[in-house]
Ligand binder design. Structure first.
Ligand code: TRP
Length: 435
């Protein structure tokens, strides 16, 4: 449940619909589904298995399966690279999560009748963004410094059903509005010509890896917390299914809601058909939807954004856990000191991004999610496929899943991860560079 909590977050409800909208709708959806199941799930299995075998942070876990000094150095590069990547991801994630929190507070200000406050909360400004970003980082630090794995699991368990119920209720509402059907068509009827567009494939691959929290050592760490009695194969499959399902459902809400907002006069597309404001799309479209509901909309808006903030928190916790668990195990620092120190560094990076928003925000997202995550994830596949002894790998997965040796999974996955995943991920990159 904690791993699912890490996977389900802003990537599903902000990242996926935004990417789908800006990459041609249904074609992106199809590419995403194929890549999530065919490349991200096998890579997730690689990371969870490495972590459960290593019983430690990413660097130590990868070192444990390395056999030569050179491989051990490679283990450090991959593990440490993932930790830096997780920190950078948190620095932009906290900004978006800050937007979620201010959108949660905004209906309260409106109910209290304070127009100034609600305007400040709903409009982009440096002061608002800095305050809420810092607030979100402090929340994450406060939870991680206590090391509450139980807490994470409890929150995740309650969050998922609540999130799904509110999403479904909103979908029913949206479908009854004018313009929704155009949106539904854009989301579900693909233009097959663009599916193989290299740009679209790189974005879909990055989105799949982002959504499953891959390549950043996070799933290695969560793997190390999984009991030897658990069946890794089905656990990984559940996490993937839950994550992809919630992203799909979120798209079912947001894409039609865009067209509904447009029918109500909110400007979504430019004259040339491009999205006007990608990053803040969700924050324009959803409030417009809630406004249309009258006073009830205030409560729905509050509930929706509160759930989103919690979902963001169960994800950000996992990102901060990556550098913290490394610092605690490697430098024998106290957990509290390590967490606050790393939290301050990440807050400084977030502020730098906020102060140079136009040039840095998109750049950091592209560097970490489009390139960093798939490349580091690929390295983990190489570790499992080429470096880890096959018998030792089988013995690890057999724990909790004794019948695996004769299963379809074991017939396919080891060579799949050895050849297909690296080649396919490599091809996506080569095509994007050549294209
Ligand atoms: N997967 C989460 C989401 O969809 C984000 C996330 C959590 C993440 N931990 C991560 C992304 C580690 C990359 C790396 O919102």
């Amino acid at each position: 449940m904690a791993a699912a909590g890490s996977a389900v977050g802003l990537g599903n409800i902000w990242g996926f619909p935004t990417q789908t909208a800006s990459n041609g709708g249904a074609a992106f959806l199809i590419a995403y589904l194929v890549l999530a199941f065919c490349l991200a799930y096998p890579a997730l299995m690689a990371e969870l298995t490495i972590g459960r075998h290593g019983q430690a942070n990413a660097v130590s876990s990868l070192r444990k399966i390395s056999n030569t000094p050179l491989q051990k150095r490679f283990a450090f590069v991959v593990g440490f690279g993932g930790i830096i990547c997780a920190g950078l991801i948190l620095s932009f994630y906290a900004i978006v999560a800050g937007w979620m929190i201010s959108a949660t507070v905004e209906p309260i200000a409106t109910l209290a009748g304070s127009d100034t406050a609600s305007t400040w909360l709903s409009e982009q400004s440096l002061s608002r963004n800095m305050i809420f970003t810092a607030g979100f980082i402090i929340l994450t630090v406060a939870i991680i410094s206590r090391g509450v794995e139980h807490g994470i699991e409890k929150w995740s368990k309650r969050l998922m059903p609540a999130l799904l119920s509110i999403l479904f209720a909103l979908i029913v509402y949206v479908m009854m509005q004018e313009g929704a059907m155009t949106g539904l068509k854009a989301y579900l009827v693909p233009d097959f010509k663009s599916i193989l567009d290299p740009e679209l494939l790189v974005s879909a691959l990055g989105q799949a890896f982002f959504s499953l929290s891959l390549g950043t050592s996070v799933m290695i760490i969560y793997g190390s917390y999984i009991s030897k009695k658990e069946n890794l194969v089905s656990l990984g499959a559940y996490v993937t299914l839950i994550d992809v399902f919630i992203a799909f459902v979120a798209g079912l809400l947001i894409i039609p809601a865009m067209y509904v907002a447009q029918a109500q006069g909110v400007e979504i597309f430019s004259a040339t058909g491009e999205l006007l404001s990608e990053d803040t799309l969700v924050f324009q479209v959803l409030p417009a939807l809630f406004d249309g509901m009258g006073t009830i909309g205030l409560f729905v808006g509050f509930a929706f954004f509160a759930l989103m903030s919690i979902a963001a928190l169960t994800s950000s916790i996992s990102m901060l856990e990556a550098p913290v668990s490394y610092a605690v195990e490697r430098f024998t620092m106290s957990r509290v000191a390590a967490t606050w120190l790393i939290g301050v560094v990440i807050a400084l990076v977030s502020f730098t991004i906020l102060l140079n928003f136009g040039s840095l925000f998109g750049l950091v997202i592209a560097l970490t999610t489009k390139f960093g995550q798939p490349i580091l994830g690929l390295m983990c596949c190489l570790f499992v496929g080429w470096i880890w002894y096959r018998n030792s790998l089988l013995n690890e997965i057999k724990q909790g899943c004794p019948e695996v040796a004769t299963s379809l999974f074991w017939k396919i996955w080891p060579w799949y991860i050895k050849f297909i995943c690296p080649i396919a991920i490599g091809l996506v990159f080569v095509s994007s560079i050549v294209g």
